[in-house]
Design a protein around this ligand. Structure first.
Ligand code: BES
Ligand code: ZN
Length: 456
């Protein structure tokens, strides 16, 4: 594709400028004060699709709008549905950003901004590859359908109903998502497994107002003490989850897969250095990759209650709360986890305090088949785009809608990640390596070509 390569080379700056424009919009889905920004980001996507010559539509939902775009059908060739998200995680803690999260800044070959890798930059590679095909060849070798949502980071609640409603319009042979990572710098990967999630908020309340801990302490249950104990009861010292029945449906890792993980030669020392820890920790008898990719976990995300100000205050707080989640692996069911969790926590809730467990969202884990012509097409395209053949990995994050795609649309997903593990997703100083942005566009362009070689 000589024209294709030339067009990419000539448009590096423009493509980066387009990405920066989108990154400037603070589309934080979890925070209702960003409602207008969510609409602005959706509108940006809509106009962008229209500008490159696709028919596009904005679909309002109970939550944030969905943007849908498509190119014309290509007789005899498959159809790919590209999924991505324009919403981002909250940027806090703000004072830890070197440059502000919504002022994209280029440093050392990276662009720094919230959403750079997750998922605006990665998602946009597939839009730019479509644009390049249309500009250079005047057509696409296959039909592309783009489904870009604004609720991925908060559980994709509106998307299930949308898939059901639009089943026919969304009909496709394969789904393509770039919202994952390479195995290491210079080592691209295809991800065939993701963990699921079950996310909760736990609220504990006691006396009708804060009390003097000297006058009342020892005679009245302290909600913050109670909450700490309840959270501590979730796991043992090695991180094994103590909720009854939690492991019942866990598919154990086959020996062959454990060997494949080991053969990836994961650099544990580098991993520890990257995140700034002196030791790794987790379930006994599992390697770090196994713990991160194929074992369930429990993590507390936020914890509040009582006095946080300067100096000491002897208060017995009247309420406390926490947000926490379990990462799940196939075949665990988030609803089943929620039910057993609720009764487990009730059994650990002391007299004199009330608890409320809120099930915020859940999604099952994912395993996609490795043997398919689509997979081979993706591997070939990545090799052309990145100059290196991909390795096949699992990852520990979650993309809630992937299972629903298989169930509702009957199509498998290709998880082709252009990110890096040190991109600081969900953390301060999120970045995307710009070379990977351009390699991603190139690989994506080749993917449409490779898929075009497959007869429908
Ligand atoms: N891009 C991530 C998913 C991901 C992260 C895949 C790490 C592989 C490795 C995605 O945008 C994300 O963060 N998803 C959330 C989903 C949750 C809020 C339902 C996640 O995993 O926390
Ligand atoms: Zn994310």
């Amino acid at each position: 594709m000589p024209d294709f390569s030339q067009y990419l080379d000539e448009h590096r700056e423009v493509f980066e400028a387009d990405l920066c424009e989108l990154l400037r919009i603070p589309s934080v889905s979890a925070d209702s004060s960003h409602q207008n920004d969510m609409a602005a980001a959706a509108d940006w996507m809509l106009r962008h699709f229209q500008t490159i010559g696709l028919s596009a539509e904005l679909i309002p939902t109970k939550g944030h709008p969905i943007v849908y775009a498509e190119s014309p059908p290509v007789e005899g060739a498959p159809t790919a549905l590209i999924y991505g998200h324009y919403d981002v995680q909250p940027p806090d803690p703000l004072d830890e950003w070197i440059s502000p999260p919504f002022e994209p800044t280029k440093r050392d070959g990276n662009v720094y901004a919230r959403g750079a890798t997750d998922d605006k930059g990665q998602m946009l590679t597939h839009v730019k590859s479509g644009q390049t095909w249309l500009e250079t060849e005047g057509r696409l070798p296959i039909q592309l359908k783009y489904l870009i949502e604004g609720e991925e980071e908060v559980g994709s609640e509106s998307l299930d109903a949308f898939l059901e409603d639009r089943r026919e319009q969304l009909a496709c042979d394969v789904i393509v998502i770039s919202d994952t990572s390479q195995f290491a710098p210079g080592q691209p990967a295809i991800t065939y497994g993701l963990r699921g999630i079950a996310y909760f908020e736990l609220r504990v309340s006691g006396p009708k107002q804060d009390l003097h801990s000297g006058t009342f302490g020892g005679a009245v249950a302290n909600p913050l003490n109670a909450l700490s104990k309840m959270l501590a009861a979730l796991t043992d010292g090695d991180g094994r989850i103590q909720v009854p029945g939690f492991y019942d449906d866990v598919i154990e890792l086959p020996a062959k897969e454990r060997e494949q993980f080991a053969a990836l030669n994961f650099d544990e020392a580098k991993f520890m250095e990257q995140i700034g820890v002196k030791a790794v920790q987790g379930e006994v008898d599992f390697s770090t990759l196994e713990r991160r990719w194929a074992r369930p976990t429990c993590d507390v995300h936020g914890l509040w209650g009582g006095y946080q100000g300067e100096g000491g205050k002897t208060v017995l707080p009247c309420r406390a709360g926490a947000k926490f989640s379990f990462r799940l692996v196939p075949d665990q069911d988030p609803k089943k986890v929620a039910a057993s969790l609720e009764s487990y926590l009730r059994s650990h809730c002391p007299l004199g305090v009330e608890m409320e467990l809120i099930d915020l969202h859940g999604a099952p884990g994912v395993l996609v088949p490795l043997e398919s012509p689509f997979m081979s097409a993706a591997a070939a395209a990545i090799e052309k785009g990145f100059g290196t053949a991909p390795v096949f990995i699992r990852e520990g994050g979650s993309i809630p809608i992937v299972n629903a795609f298989a169930e509702t649309l009957g199509a498998d997903t290709l998880l082709l990640g252009w990110g890096l593990d040190d991109d600081n997703t969900h953390s301060p100083n999120e970045k995307l390596h710009l070379a990977d942005f351009h390699r991603g566009i190139k690989a994506s362009g080749h993917l449409w070509e490779e898929l075009g070689k497959l007869k429908r």
